[in-house]
Write a protein that binds this ligand. Structure first.
Ligand SMILES: [Zn+2]
Ligand SMILES: [Zn+2]
Length: 153
């Protein structure tokens, strides 16, 4: 069975949930918005089950994020605590990581212990690739220490 119900209107394939929402609310679905099925069943097109959300909100919902008041929270599958966006590392493509910062740190520490050779090889490789950067950082650190400044710029 298809995930969503479709209808054909004048030979054009349309998602039924979009028609139901637009008919009930008497307006078009704005660009950049999507209709989310609250119960997760894409074929349940009753009006109460359809929620208008922005595209970015929609992908957050599907990655396990939920809104409480004004704050987005997600349950970390590792420690089972609800945490806000700032408590997760954000990937380069703006997607937060699956597990929270605390669990991430624990996991990499554990990795260091259980796979010391791999970890060392990885750090050696990292060092080779970023040698100049690292040396510059160390140089700045020494300089700051000398000057008695402790904060990172
Ligand atoms: Zn959805
Ligand atoms: Zn966690």
């Amino acid at each position: 069975m298809a995930r969503y119900r479709v209808r054909w209107i004048n030979g054009i394939r349309v998602m039924e949930h979009r028609i139901v929402w637009e008919k009930y609310h008497g307006r078009k679905i704005p660009d950049n918005c999507k209709i989310h099925h609250r119960d997760g069943n894409g074929r349940n097109n009753s009006v109460e089950n359809l929620q208008l959300v922005s595209c970015s909100e929609h992908s957050r919902i599907h990655f396990g994020w939920g809104k409480r008041g004004n704050e987005w929270l997600k349950c970390c599958p590792s420690c089972h605590q609800y945490k806000s966006m700032s408590e997760y590392f954000i990937r380069k493509d703006n997607r937060p990581r699956e597990i929270c910062k605390v669990c991430d740190a624990k996991r990499s520490l554990l990795y260091q212990k259980t796979h010391p050779e791999k970890h060392n090889a990885r750090s050696a490789r990292y060092y080779r690739l970023h040698k100049e950067e690292i040396m510059e950082k160390q140089r700045l650190k020494r300089q700051r220490k000398k000057a008695g400044v402790s904060y990172d710029p």
